[in-house]
Design a protein around this ligand. Structure first.
Ligand code: MIC
Ligand code: SF4
Length: 642
């Protein structure tokens, strides 16, 4: 049978299971990616698993999230990551080199390979025709050791592109249009596979913008064919040897499909507080703003920043607007400087930041209280900027630059003829900020630097057979991992210390939640659909477990978070009847007896709400493999390592 591109790559990497939609399969991983917010745990877990060296074709540790160095925590973490990478056989990317996803595209991406990254936006790599997937750090640590990555065989949604973009409409607007149509949960269980003749109208970096934001629909990832446009990108990067042509077989069947006419796309914005709250910019025009931030792994490429610079050239941003520009990589930074665009940005009054994530998840540049920030990034969840009361709009670099100059939200089409940005024939390649690992012969004696920021991994015990515990919080639909474990510089700096970072669990919802949870000992959270959407941070599972939480009962779970819950022995339970959620309130006591055998049976089982003496039915959302982990107290416990 003809394969979709997704099926083709999975088939080439399949190590266990049958490729039937929904069935659990295991795939071999060629490359892994972690960074300085997820890599500390991944390295500690890799160490706990007892593997001396990584077994992938390539594994890279990036320094891009935790870069402020307001205390010694960040530098301690970087020293730990650099020395651990060297010992375990990974490439280490120094601070200042750039954002993991941009760097992966530029230097390491390969069509047809599998990439597993401890970051949800690993999907960006789908732009070159790789199967690039985000996961929790522990799943990545297992893959680093040569173990398979387990997933439920996704369905493949064909997204057919027709037409070509009109002036001032961009790939970001296409990504936002997809979100408008699919919402933050419409991609669940699917790979979004792009096809159609109009693909030839999109450059590799434009495809990367769309692949980047595919995760916001809840999709597993996105994948584009590898074609002449892809080849041109590899040639510019001096890596033509890594390119190969790849596409779906003719006649391949898709489980569902949508068509997007690029010529109908207009400048769009995702209004606060969700990436699917999408409106045409023209409807928002004139709204006040305080900050404009251009960058992040979505829109920080050469094309994006050169376009913004061309719009800003010779203009100045008004006094009430703070304009921030953060290039995606050192290569982009250097090219901006070489062509003079950096001078145009400085001239316009921009604050030029490091090539890093920065403002995107609140590591610096938090807006003022109640502030309005227009950003080219991918998430506008409450608190994401570091300022809980701020409102974030997600837009294209064109809309951001036009609005920065006007001082209010502005449709870029009002500016007349758009700038034409030509890509250089070849980009400047300088890999000197990648540090290659110690040779295998020296690795055994290589020392790992463990500063005071690195705390030992917490150990979790087996699941008890009966539970009686209160509902600690009763939440709604689309709870994000930013709600569970907030972003922001002071919290991110504690990523290598579970006891210390645990005090911030749910802190944007209830500042002292951690004290209440500790006192209760056990506990449940209830939620609606798509619980745990957003980032891959496994701290959103590890820390609740560390504080004693027993499980989450929701209508459904986001994929990465569901896997993280299982990896750390926290029960992911789903309501048999979603209406039950409404009468189960915070403070009610829930009781389950014979829990272990009920999980093994895999069927629905009753939970007693002892406060109102009424039962309701739930089912564990876990594969047989994951049930074994839940019973043992998590993946490390099951492996006998905790
Ligand atoms: C994000 O964009 O939310 C992050 C910060 O990159 C996370 C990773 C993390 O929280 O460690 C992600 O997307 O997975
Ligand atoms: Fe970094 Fe933001 Fe991209 Fe996450 S979404 S990897 S924080 S730039």
């Amino acid at each position: 049978m003809p394969d979709t591109l997704t099926e083709k790559i999975i088939r080439e990497h399949l190590v266990s299971g049958e490729m039937k939609p929904g069935a659990e399969i295991g795939i071999r991983i060629d490359q892994t990616l972690v960074h300085d917010a997820t890599g500390q745990m991944a390295a500690l877990q890799f160490e706990a698993l007892g593997r001396p060296r990584v077994r992938t074709r390539r594994s890279v540790v990036y320094s891009d999230h935790n870069i402020l160095q307001v205390t010694s925590h960040n530098a301690d973490d970087h020293a730990f990551l650099r020395t651990a990478a060297s010992k375990f056989g990974m490439v280490y990317s120094k601070v200042g080199n750039g954002i993991c996803h941009q760097l992966n595209l530029e230097r390491f991406s390969v069509p047809g390979e599998t990439l597993l990254g401890a970051d949800s936006h690993t999907t960006t790599g789908g732009a070159v025709g790789a199967l690039a997937v985000g996961a929790g750090g522990l799943d990545v640590a297992v893959a680093m050791g040569g173990g398979p990555f387990f997933l439920n065989m996704p369905k493949v949604m064909g997204i057919t592109l027709v037409g070509s973009l009109r002036p001032w409409s961009t790939a970001k607007d296409v990504a936002l249009e997809i979100l408008r149509r699919l919402t933050v949960s419409g991609g669940r269980g699917h790979v979004l596979e792009f096809r159609g003749e109009a693909l030839m109208n999109l450059t590799l970096t434009e495809r990367a913008v769309i692949a980047n934001m595919s995760i916001e629909t809840g999709a597993f990832t996105a994948v584009f064919p590898s074609d002449a446009r892809t080849r041109a990108f590899f040639t510019r990067q001096g890596r033509e040897g890594d390119w190969r042509e790849l596409s779906a077989d003719p006649g391949a069947e898709y489980s569902s499909g949508i068509e997007i006419d690029l010529s109908g796309i207009v400048p769009m914005a995702a209004a606060p507080h969700s990436p699917d709250n999408v409106k045409p910019v023209s409807e928002l025009a004139g709204a006040r703003l305080d900050q404009v931030a251009i960058g992040s792994c979505t829109n920080s490429s050469y094309r994006d920043l050169m376009t913004a610079a061309a719009i800003l050239k010779g203009r100045t941003v008004p006094p009430h607007v703070s304009l921030i520009v953060a290039p995606g990589s050192r290569q982009v930074y250097w090219e901006l400087a070489r062509g003079g665009a950096l001078a145009d940005l400085i001239g316009a009054g921009a604050r030029i930041m490091e090539a890093a994530c920065g403002f995107c998840n609140g590591v610096g540049q938090a807006p003022r209280s109640e502030g309005v920030s227009l950003r080219t990034s991918n998430r506008n969840f409450p608190g994401r900027s570091g300022t809980p009361s701020a409102g974030l709009y997600l837009v294209s670099p064109e809309t951001a630059a036009a609005s920065a100059v006007a001082g209010v939200i502005t449709d870029p089409r009002t500016l007349g003829v758009p700038p034409q940005v030509e890509l250089p024939v070849s980009f400047r390649v300088d890999d000197s900020m990648f540090v290659y690992p110690a040779p295998e012969a020296e690795a055994a004696s290589a020392e790992i630097l463990r500063g005071p920021s690195i705390a030992p991994l917490p150990l979790f015990g087996p699941l008890p057979d009966s539970v009686e515990a209160p509902v600690m919080l009763a939440l709604g639909d689309n709870v994000t991992t930013d709600d569970i474990m907030p972003a922001g510089a002071h919290i991110l700096a504690l990523r290598a210390n579970i006891p210390a970072i645990s005090r911030y669990i749910f802190s944007n919802i209830e500042p002292d939640f951690h004290l209440r949870q500790k006192e209760a000992g056990a506990g449940f959270i209830t939620g609606g659909a798509n619980y745990g959407q957003g980032s891959s941070r496994e701290h959103a599972a590890m820390c609740p477990r560390y504080l004693g939480l027993t499980g989450v009962i929701a209508e459904s779970f986001a994929r990465i978070h569901q896997a993280n819950l299982c990896n750390f022995g926290l029960l992911p339970l789903v309501f048999a009847d979603p209406r039950d959620r409404r009468w189960i309130l915070q403070g009610h006591t829930l009781k389950i007896d014979g829990l272990r055998s009920k999980l093994k049976a895999g069927a629905h089982f009753p939970v007693l709400n002892a406060t109102v003496t009424r039962e309701f039915e739930v089912k564990v959302d876990a594969s047989e493999r994951q049930v074994e982990m839940l019973l043992a107290g998590g993946l490390l416990a099951l492996a006998g390592k905790a």
